[in-house]
Design a protein around this ligand. Structure first.
Ligand code: NAP
Length: 253
């Protein structure tokens, strides 16, 4: 009998895991996306789009679709869905596997200012630079709405549906991955003197961090949110390959 896997996605690692599972006849894989990006990259297997309607909705999906394993491969900063995944998996008695990239670690030559949240980042920004490369997504840009003396180069995947809540800014529409050479070129041409980012981890967006190191410019880096109380998935792995191995062992019983 096929093992039904539901992947909570929205990351490159989730897509890589779906591709691996889709070619293994033991698994039937569905990837769930929140629906934030207009044209998501093609994902192998079945794809469903949109929220579940909270924990209860996710429990209904786990039960209704007879899900055998829930894989939470959402972004490290997607704190709400992570909480919902833990609660729903526990209540529906479905094992939860967490797939999460390791956070970037500071290296020699990095000028990092680590902050808990973007309000703190915004407060610090004018003391560190005047032309900031802002790569924190669209959701929380309001934190930077009232920051005098800083021009923001805001990188987004999709055109924003409403005017951005910023005064002095420029939008750059681009989808990763971004390599170091491109990032270096972009930051030189735009005379960037500060990078503001989340500690996402992984290779796809690390180029701006190495470029900043190279250019000797500061980075304001938001730390990852702390784990919700009682967070205890069946296992946590760091790569799609490790997730495949775990699922392989699970399928063998
Ligand atoms: P969030 O705040 O943790 O979740 C908000 C709500 O969005 C959830 O309660 C859920 O709605 C829905 N949702 C989130 N991920 C979902 C998924 N994979 N499938 C179905 N519904 C989902 O999430 P977020 O920070 O807005 O991120 C949304 C998505 O973008 C995530 O899937 C994440 O992997 C991806 N992403 C986030 C970031 C980031 O910086 N936060 C960066 C890159 C990619 P219901 O309660 O209705 O179920």
């Amino acid at each position: 009998m096929s093992c039904n896997v539901l992947i909570l996605g929205g990351t490159g690692d989730a897509a890589r895991l779906a591709a691996g599972l889709d070619v293994d006849p033991r698994f039937t894989v569905t990837t769930s996306l929140a629906g934030r990006t207009e044209n998501p990259k093609k994902i192998a297997g079945r794809v469903r789009i949109g929220g579940f309607g909270g924990v209860e909705g996710l429990i209904d999906t786990l039960r209704g679709d007879k899900i055998d394993v829930l894989v939470d491969a959402t972004h490290p900063f997607a704190a709400q869905i992570r909480r919902h995944a833990m609660t729903a998996a526990t209540q529906a008695n479905v094992p939860l596997l967490r797939l999460e990239r390791t956070a970037w670690a500071k290296k020699r030559g990095d000028h990092w200012h680590e902050v808990e949240n973007l309000a703190e980042a915004a407060k610090l920004a004018p003391r560190l630079g005047h032309r900031a490369f802002l790569t924190v997504g669209r959701k929380e840009l309001a934190a930077f709405s009232d920051i005098p003396g800083v021009h923001f180069l805001v990188r987004l995947v999709d055109p924003p549906p409403a005017p951005l809540p910023l005064t002095d800014f420029e939008i750059l529409l681009e989808r990763g991955p971004f390599d170091e050479t491109e990032e270096l070129q972009l930051m030189r041409v735009r005379r960037i003197d500060l990078v503001i980012a989340k500690n996402s981890g992984g290779e796809a967006t690390y180029g701006k961090i190495t470029a900043a190191r190279n250019l000797k410019i500061p980075v304001i880096l938001q730390r990852r949110p702390s784990l919700p109380p009682g967070y205890a998935p069946a296992a946590t792995v760091e790569t799609p390959e490790a997730a495949m191995e775990w699922l392989d062992r699970f399928a063998r019983g």
